[in-house]
Ligand binder design. Structure first.
Ligand code: C2E
Ligand code: MG
Ligand code: MG
Length: 697
């Protein structure tokens, strides 16, 4: 097959293929095909009958003419020759038989197959122009009768003709017509299909293509509209389709713009409170600082932190925490005068920006206002919560500072405010930057010390005041952490514990101290007859940790330590932070078999009802009261009260920071159970403390 032929075949196939694939076209073409076939068939029946009758008439006319002509010789009827003529006719024509009758029915002549029996031809007797006819022998023979007046003699002529040839002609006629019909059907069907292809299928395929493309790319739907439109109803459909594509594109565009707007909002706002977020706050601050820098005006940044937020979140659940944040955001955003730019910076930190000619005294008043707004109680499904906030404040003082620096300064001021329980708000001072740098350094070094055995426990004796001997009996000892730094020397806990708490290092540090103390208990147990109980301090941050009992249990198990020889000291302020939770934690710790003590008692606004419920073994009178014994009547009274309170609650009372005999005598006389202080020994490293233990043994 040549390339051209192949090309033509391809073209034909490409034309017909979609047509054959098209169900609609197939069903229309098939309907047209069946319809034409039915019409042609209906027409064929009368045509065939008509054809057959016409053929008969011709046969009939031919027979009549032939017979008439044959019987008339020179215009005369010659009966004597009749027989001969009739016989001649039978030989030369399709006439099979012939009878010539007189009107009375008597036969004048007959020849051939002339058995006309019951042929009722009377009609020709009345009307000489009539012909009587009948078919016999399944249409193979055809009889006709007619009257003829010859030389005044009225005669009846009966002729039998061979009509078998007519059936063959009829079949040929029907076949010819059927062939014609088939041709017409083929042409009409093909024509119909071509018209369908051009007028229906092709536009529908274009429409489908456009719809599929638009569905795949709804954002560009308008690009797929159909430009050339047929002038018929499909053209209207195209128009409607184009309109729909335009609407889809418009609605998609509107959706996209809305989504972009929403995304822009989300990027710059906090989803929980709806307030601007840190990014937006810094943007706003940048603009405010630029404007203030030109006018030499002040911009004040307040960073507000909700002090007990974490405790609320832990004890009442995250949903309650979220409500607190939303309520705090609402109060800050709606309640302040003049309206300030408020944002949620992170967690429980809010930022407030205020630009204008603002003296520091005004910003202090504003800080008071913020604290007052937040201090109103919040009702959380029956539980009333009072928020305590801390604020760090930084001023630009007309300087052209960048927003990050100003915010950083406010954050530094906030950290200082958080370090001191009495401070509610704090202004930034340049010295804080140096201090912050120092804290960072301490944090870094502390991490290193934790990993490289730079920490050590010192032990300080607790003596039993109930013993009668001159030298009081060693009751227990307290483990006090020390940090041996290669260049800074020995650092006391006050220098690094707050930093460890602020950075989260305290949990690792606390674990380390517990581990070291437990290991020490085991070692002294092996070496001494009466190993002392060791008390370990827990920081507030450690105590807030829900996993604390589990952690302690794990460490006790890992070291194989007798829990009865371990005591845990929790400061009174940490215990009172969330009294309900404290009860649970103390109870869980108690189940481990360890002893529990409330440290620094008298400084943390203790609620007596809670103290009664706490499952503790002892309370430790804070050193500040012991210091003033015999010097301040109030201190004497407080110490006396704590001792009697402890005794009445069935708790052991320990006095810490005992330095003088006077203090010792006072405490002993008031019934204090134990004492701890320089009078009985300073905190010392384990080997030194072991010498005392040996003496005690
Ligand atoms: P604290 O638990 O109340 O410990 C008593 C503090 O008073 C100790 O200070 C101790 O050396 C000191 N002290 C005892 N007797 C006297 C005395 O007669 N005179 C004077 N002037 N001081 C006396 P230190 O060791 O500096 O510890 C301070 C605080 O650091 C502790 O107070 C405790 O709250 C905390 N701390 C110590 N070790 C740890 C620890 O391992 N973990 C945690 N979380 N905190 C610790
Ligand atoms: Mg202590
Ligand atoms: Mg203490």
């Amino acid at each position: 097959m040549s390339q051209t032929q192949a090309g033509i075949m391809d073209f034909r196939w490409n034309l017909w293929r979609p047509l054959l694939d098209c169900k609609l076209c197939r069903s229309i073409a098939f309907s047209v095909f069946v319809l034409i076939l039915a019409i042609e068939s209906i027409i064929l029946i009368p045509s065939s009958l008509n054809f057959y009758n016409n053929e008969l008439r011709r046969l009939e006319e031919k027979a009549v003419a032939t017979v008439n002509a044959a019987l008339m010789i020179d215009g005369q009827l010659q009966p004597e020759r009749l027989q001969v003529q009739v016989s001649g006719l039978l030989r030369d024509t399709q006439i099979l038989g012939l009878s010539v009758l007189r009107r009375d029915g008597s036969i004048l002549s007959h020849a051939g197959d002339a058995d006309f029996g019951d042929f009722k031809f009377e009609v020709v007797l009345q009307d000489p122009f009539q012909i009587a006819r009948r078919r016999i022998r399944n249409g193979r023979c055809y009889d006709i009768a007619w009257s003829r007046n010859i030389n005044g003699t009225p005669l009846i002529l009966l002729a039998r003709m061979d009509s078998s040839g007519l059936n063959t002609a009829l079949v040929a006629f029907v076949l010819r017509i059927a062939g014609l019909v088939a041709l017409i059907v083929a042409v009409v069907t093909s024509g119909t299909m071509l018209v369908l292809y051009r007028s229906v299928l092709n536009p529908i395929l274009r429409l489908r293509g456009s719809m599929l493309a638009a569905a795949a790319n709804p954002n560009r739907a308008h690009d797929f509209r159909i430009s050339e439109r047929p002038g018929d109803e499909l053209g209207d459909v195209f128009e409607a389709h184009n309109q729909m594509l335009r609407r889809v594109a418009e609605s998609k565009l509107a959706d996209r713009l809305r989504a972009e707007e929403q995304a822009r909002f989300l990027v710059r706002h906090d989803t929980l409170t709806g307030l601007p977020n840190r990014t937006f706050f810094l943007e706003h601050l940048r603009q405010a600082l630029q404007a203030a820098c030109q006018r030499r005006e002040n911009v004040v940044v307040f960073v507000v932190n909700l002090a007990a937020f974490r405790a609320i979140n832990d004890s009442l659940g995250q949903a309650a925490g979220d409500r607190v944040l939303r309520e705090a955001a609402r109060r800050l955003n709606e309640g302040l005068q003049p309206p300030l730019f408020v944002a949620r910076l992170a967690g429980d930190d809010f930022g407030i920006a205020w630009a204008g000619p603002i003296p520091p005294s005004d910003s202090a008043a504003q800080a008071e206002q913020i604290l007052a707004k937040l201090s109103h109680p919040i009702n959380l499904s029956g539980t009333e919560v009072r928020l305590q906030a801390r604020i760090g404040i930084a001023h630009s003082k007309g300087d052209c500072v960048d927003p990050e620096t100003l915010l950083h300064d406010a954050n530094l001021a906030l950290s200082r405010a958080r370090d001191d329980a009495q401070t509610r708000y704090q202004f930034f001072a340049p010295s804080m930057t140096e201090e912050a740098r120092r804290r960072q350094e301490i944090e870094r070094e502390l991490r290193y010390a934790l990993e490289h055995e730079g920490l050590q426990l010192f032990y300080q004796a607790k003596v039993d005041l109930g013993s009668v001997e001159d030298e009081p009996h060693l009751a227990a000892c307290e483990a006090l952490i020390r940090w041996r730094h290669p260049t800074w020397g020995i650092l006391s806990p006050a220098q690094f514990i707050p930093i460890a708490e602020a950075t989260g290092l305290i949990l690792r540090l606390g674990d380390w101290a517990l581990h070291a103390a437990c290991a020490q208990i085991c070692s002294w147990q092996a070496e001494h007859r009466t190993p002392p109980r060791i008390a370990v301090n827990l920081s507030a941050e450690q105590f807030r940790d829900r996993d604390l009992p589990e952690r302690v249990g794990r460490i006790l198990q890992a070291c194989g330590t007798d829990p009865a020889l371990l005591e845990l000291e929790i400061t009174e302020s940490a215990a009172m932070e969330d009294a309900a939770n404290t009860m649970k934690t103390l109870s869980a710790l108690r189940k481990l078999g360890v002893r529990l003590a409330i440290d620094d008692f008298g400084t943390g606004y203790s609620s007596l009802s809670y103290l009664r419920k706490f499952e503790i073994d002892s309370i430790k009178i804070d050193k500040s009261f012991v210091d003033d014994i015999s010097r301040d009547a109030n201190a004497d009274a407080i110490c006396e009260t704590i001792i009697s309170l402890g005794r009445s609650l069935g708790k052991r009372v320990v006095a810490e920071g005992v330095e003088t005999d006077t203090q010792l005598e006072f405490l002993r006389s008031r019934g204090c159970h134990e004492a701890q202080g320089y009078l009985f020994g300073r905190p010392v490293p384990a080997p030194e403390f072991a010498i005392r233990l040996a003496r005690h043994d």
